[in-house]
Design a protein around this ligand. Structure first.
Ligand code: DHK
Length: 145
């Protein structure tokens, strides 16, 4: 059976394409989902796609992935820098985790330089724009083979 990968996007990423395009680009989250689906078919991965502006929704999604998914690609948005609860949920997930940021968070404000999620992530992608999700899926295909 093809490994299933859960892609999770956190707060404000529903506004992708409209919000600060000079930082996050012109592609919408639907564009990202469409490109990821096409690549997943090539790589032999099954995908689930989830976005929430709420910490609890993201945590519930991670819990559900415990039963169904071999890996999680997560862009927790600003929760990256604040959420011990999302880190704890990821620590209760046995599969692979890749943290993905559209912007290069290390080139930005110092409060974006620390990530709780990085304490759990098997790999981190930042600064590749929305192409980062596809790079994450390519790595997931290797990690979950
Ligand atoms: C997205 C956000 O919404 C920010 O809060 C993070 C991240 C960076 C991104 O680059 O995708 O600091």
């Amino acid at each position: 059976m093809a490994p299933r990968i859960q892609i999770i996007n956190g707060p404000n990423l529903n506004l992708l394409g409209k919000r600060q395009p000079e930082i996050y680009g012109a592609e919408t989250l639907d564009d990202v989902a469409r490109d990821c689906e096409a690549l997943a078919a090539e790589l032999g991965l099954e995908l689930s796609f989830y976005q929430s502006n709420h910490e609890g929704g993201i945590i519930d999604c991670i819990h559900a992935a415990r039963e169904t998914c071999a890996g999680i690609v997560i862009n927790p948005g600003a929760y990256t820098h604040t959420s011990v609860a999302i880190l704890d949920a990821l620590n209760a997930f046995d599969g692979k985790v890749i943290e993905c940021h559209i912007s290069n968070v290390h080139k930005r404000e110092s409060f974006r330089h620390h990530s709780y999620v990085s304490l759990r992530a098997d790999g981190v992608i930042a600064g590749f724009g929305t192409q980062g999700y596809q790079l994450a899926l390519r790595r997931m295909a290797v990690l979950t083979a």
